[in-house]
Design a protein around this ligand. Sequence first.
Ligand SMILES: [Zn+2]
Length: 268
Amino acid sequence: MWKEGVKCAVALGFDIDAETLWLGPFKQDTPAHLARGAYGPQVGMPRIVDMLDRYHIKATFFIPGWTAEHYPHIVEELHAKGHEIGHHGYLHENVSRRTKEQEEEIMQRGLEILQGITGEKPVGYRSPAGGYSPHTLQFLLDYGFTYDSSLVGRDEPYYLEVEGREEKVLELPFSWELDDAPHFLFSFVPYHTGLSAPSKVLEIWRDEFDWCYREGGYYNLVCHPQIIGRRHRMKMMDDLIQHIRGNADVWFATHREIAEHWLEHHPA
Ligand SMILES: [Zn+2]
């Protein structure tokens, strides 16, 4: 499945939703909610960058345009360090509830903002809140994305048919089990229990990895700096990375690297 000497591919992805999570889908614009969002870029991100530096891992950061506008230095730093920057909407909009015109505007705006900071057009897309419209796949082709990472239909990368088009979209699936939000995100409105013990989540994430390794598969972890960036969860992430690194021939790669490998070796 992978290149010579690689048994299993691991992609670490961080969605820097910041305040957009609260302003967008949760519709909570109070100072208290915004402070929770700001914790991600301001406190969680330095910890995450430090961890990736320590283990020499390149990761992918999916960033809403609003976050990039308000924290451009973070986008610049990540890009300079060789991490991948992906598209994640503007204000974390769920495009399944927008018109086709609005969705295209969000698509263009996010691209322009990220490209304006890094000088490079993002090649990866992750839909905010897992929202998909009947037009999303068309837009991904129209705007030249290499891959999408928003759906959960398989364990390994796969191709999506696009109505009326010959080209297909490469999907790098994620899973809610390997997403920090359902496990940890606490909120009164809308109510989310969250606040799982890290030992419980580490058990799930470690066992997912162990079986993935056995199958020689692809492991796609989805984290959010405002959630995973809390101290006890960073310790858990560190433990997880050490566990993964204890196995031979693991390829820590950005989503883009995995997509490029897949397109070349497993074409549609
Ligand atoms: Zn998000």
